[in-house]
Design a protein around this ligand. Structure first.
Ligand code: UDP
Length: 408
């Protein structure tokens, strides 16, 4: 059985037939995805799932990673923060580090895609190679919340963006004036991945034992995210402390490191400090084991995503897919997933998050309804199959009019 056919009971036969039909028009085409980390964060999560499916459908899709130095990733993290509107100083020396490492990648990388699919700012300068490969098409895929970027950082990137054939964003709020065609495509989750598939009770118990978590003790409020200031883990602790005055519960924070994110240890130290002295807070720094994340989500009573800025937040889709009630900030791509009071609760502050968490802990039936609606919303809009279809339509649309397929 083809892997793609497994999705049929979830999304319907017509959706799968459509994918096969579209893939037929792209058979053998070389699509090269490039990003900056093989592990950690949503981009790696998506590429690890979508690339094999494209291959199975007959597209020659590959995924490569740029090389970077610690200095380079310090600079790209500063750019990332600046794009999210944070005030950061990016010095001349820092831009030089970015340009030097970019030039090295431009010189050394094997770029063979007929369609070059460049993810996020780190590899953006590879567009310099476009002139050597005249027939190739270049897509810049922005996973970052650029609704309100620092102007200097944006202008720096824009000189590259303007040379692409298309730019893809996750939310309409991220649109800007630019030369390339802009396309709105939201990310997605894979319902059959280890992170999202059903788990047996034994698998769940193994994770609970490993991390000494007892869901029977008190309801679990949980946030799963890289330790990053923009995910506001300390704000989650503050919200939990407000909730705790009224409803007894435990807080589980789960986070990891990404190869291209140098700030995780600093933020983790801040979290440990904020959590000190409370035996009901468990702040874990974990390795990348998807089934464990799945188990953490399944044993939680309420999942939180209290981000200050957010590209999309796959963690919200993952939680909703498990029919969990979610409290999340109304930023970036989150409102696409959570319709307030229908498929979760949106918040705008620590106090707002605390109010919403308390409400869900006190009203399990209401929480269950939100979770159920959330799962259906994800099924209809944010599964891998929809994502794959929109990417294939984008690829086809990049070619001459004669090559564009008209869908009846
Ligand atoms: N994640 C993980 N382990 C962790 C924390 C997060 O595997 O300790 C995963 C999470 O389940 C999700 C991805 O990393 O699949 C994060 O994607 P998201 O879009 O939420 O945020 P990003 O990190 O890309 O900003």
């Amino acid at each position: 059985m083809l892997r793609i056919d497994r999705y049929e009971p979830v999304v319907g036969k017509a959706a799968i037939d459509e994918l096969k039909m579209l893939a037929g028009y792209l058979k053998g085409r070389a699509i090269q995805h490039i990003n900056s980390t093989a592990m950690g964060g949503g981009v790696a999560e998506i590429l690890s799932k979508i690339t094999p499916l494209m291959q199975e459908l007959g597209i020659n899709a590959q995924w490569d990673i740029i090389k970077g130095t610690p200095d380079f990733f310090n600079v790209t993290k500063a750019i990332h923060n600046a794009l999210h509107g944070k005030e950061v100083v990016i010095t001349k020396e820092m831009w030089k580090v970015f340009n030097d490492v970019s030039r090295q990648n431009i010189r050394e990388m094997n770029l063979y895609g007929e369609i070059m699919f460049i993810h996020d700012p780190q590899p953006i300068a590879l567009i310099d190679r476009k002139s050597n490969a005249k027939n190739s098409k270049w897509i810049w895929r922005c996973h970052v919340d650029v609704s309100n970027p620092d102007e200097k950082a944006w202008q720096f990137l824009k000189q590259f963006i303007d040379r692409y054939d298309a730019a893809v964003f996750s939310s309409p709020h991220f649109a800007h004036r630019m030369k390339p065609r802009q396309v709105l495509i939201s990310p997605s989750i894979d319902p059959f991945s280890d992170k999202n598939r059903e788990l047996s009770q034994k698998e769940i118990d193994n994770v609970l034992n490993k991390y000494k978590i007892d869901p029977g003790k008190k309801p679990i409020v949980c946030q799963i995210s890289r330790y990053d200031a923009l995910k506001d883990p300390v704000g989650v602790i503050e919200a939990y402390k407000l909730v705790k005055r009224y409803v007894d519960c435990q807080l589980l924070l789960v986070g990891n490191r990404a190869a291209d994110d140098p700030e995780a240890d600093k933020i983790y130290a801040q979290v440990k400090e904020a959590a000190a002295g409370d035996p009901d807070i468990n702040a874990l720094m974990v390795e990348d084991i998807p089934a464990e994340i799945n188990a953490f989500q399944r044993v939680s009573t309420v999942l939180v995503q209290k981000s200050i800025r957010e590209g999309f937040a796959l963690t919200v889709s993952e939680a909703l897919w498990k029919a969990k009630p979610v409290v999340a900030s109304a930023v970036g791509g989150i409102p696409l997933q959570i319709k307030h009071r229908y498929s979760g609760l949106l918040c705008h502050s620590v106090e707002g998050a605390a109010f919403a968490i308390k409400q869900l802990l006190n009203a399990p039936e209401y929480a269950e309804t939100l979770g159920r609606n959330g799962r259906e919303h994800i099924r209809q809009n944010f599964l891998l199959t929809r994502h794959l279809k929109e990417y294939m339509l984008l690829f086809l649309s990049l070619y001459d009019k004669d090559n564009v397929v008209t869908l009846a």
